[in-house]
Write a protein that binds this ligand. Structure first.
Ligand SMILES: NC(=O)c1ccc[n+]([C@@H]2O[C@H](COP(=O)([O-])OP(=O)(O)OC[C@H]3O[C@@H](n4cnc5c(N)ncnc54)[C@H](OP(=O)(O)O)[C@@H]3O)[C@@H](O)[C@H]2O)c1
Length: 271
């Protein structure tokens, strides 16, 4: 498995996303992903699927120690007294003693980040959480968080149509992981003519080109979600694709600020 080294920890460069996967689809998807070689899973309390992710992990027979597992605190679980019970609940659902990475899912307007990070550090010290980090934090908020704690990751939307130059610079400077969510622009990459043309030259898919472009970058990993076994496998096969420098530059040129996840509670992304 191709990995990226962050703060001495090897993180598999391609993970399996589970947003909008529920019930049997989720359990089967996780089990299939692990059976074909994924070793990195992404879930969240807000996805309401941690039980199925845990069941899929259990059924796969893959040793827990081989899996890099991320979950995220939802907005109701960020205050000092709520973090520990929320983590205990997630671990029970996921059927595990620890998660590899615990993230603040979205910056909060109600609870100061330093309060949440302090409570997260306590569960980290107990070993129930190996690393802590954030998600959907724009550059200035990541810099503020870095003053409070050792931040392992910022998970943000990142794909060929949405660049993350400032955050990637910070990730390299401070040695944290930039996890690319919606790496396929929630399906949008599949119909891009440039990606299709590059893909065709390699007998590959536009999805594989987008994923390879992301993980070719230092300090970046990607967590595509797919439902069918074929797509789950095909996305992982992006690891076998080699793109030339010229092809990577052509993908760089697709940047157009094309954000697809922008709820009304989102932060000011340029902050
Ligand atoms: N931190 C956050 O706030 C946040 C926000 C969004 C997402 N995430 C995480 O990032 C993960 C990925 O993001 P996402 O699920 O929003 O979007 P995504 O991975 O960019 O795209 C998923 C979509 O692409 C389709 N797809 C996947 N592989 C394909 C292939 N090879 N060919 C054609 N279509 C394909 C899927 O269809 P099928 O499912 O029908 O196969 C699904 O509709 C999530 O699952 C979640 O774990 C985090």
């Amino acid at each position: 498995m191709h990995t990226t080294n962050i703060q001495g920890v090897e993180v598999p460069s391609l993970g399996f996303g589970t947003f909008q996967l529920s019930g049997d689809d989720c359990q089967r998807g996780v089990e299939h992903a692990l059976s074909v070689g994924y070793r990195h899973l992404d879930t969240a309390q807000a996805y309401d699927n941690e039980e199925r992710v845990g069941a899929g992990m259990g059924r796969s027979g893959v040793d827990r120690a081989e899996i890099f597992l991320t979950t995220k605190l939802d907005s109701a679980s960020l205050s000092r007294d709520r973090v520990e019970p929320a983590v205990a609940d997630s671990l029970k659902k996921l059927r595990t003693d620890y998660v590899d990475l615990l993230l603040i899912h979205w910056p909060s307007r109600d609870t100061p980040t330093d309060e949440t990070l302090a409570a997260m550090r306590e569960v980290q010290e107990e070993g129930r959480v190996r690393q802590i980090g954030v998600s959907n934090f724009p550059p200035s908020q990541v810099e503020a968080a870095l003053e409070e704690a050792t931040i392992f990751c910022d998970q943000v939307e990142y794909h060929p149509f949405l660049g993350q130059e400032r955050l990637r610079g910070l990730a390299v400077e401070h040695d944290f992981l930039l996890t690319a969510y919606a790496p396929l622009a929630q399906g949008g990459v599949m119909s891009d003519p440039t990606l299709e043309e590059i893909a065709e030259a390699h007998g590959a898919s536009a999805a594989q080109v987008a994923l390879r472009w992301l993980i070719a970058q230092d300090h970046v990993c990607a967590i595509p979600k797919a439902t069918s076994p074929d797509r789950i496998e095909s996305n992982l096969a992006a690891l076998d694709l080699e793109l030339s420098d010229e092809e990577l530059r052509r993908v760089d040129g697709l940047e157009r600020g094309g954000r697809v996840v922008d709820p009304d509670f989102a932060p000011d992304w340029e902050d």
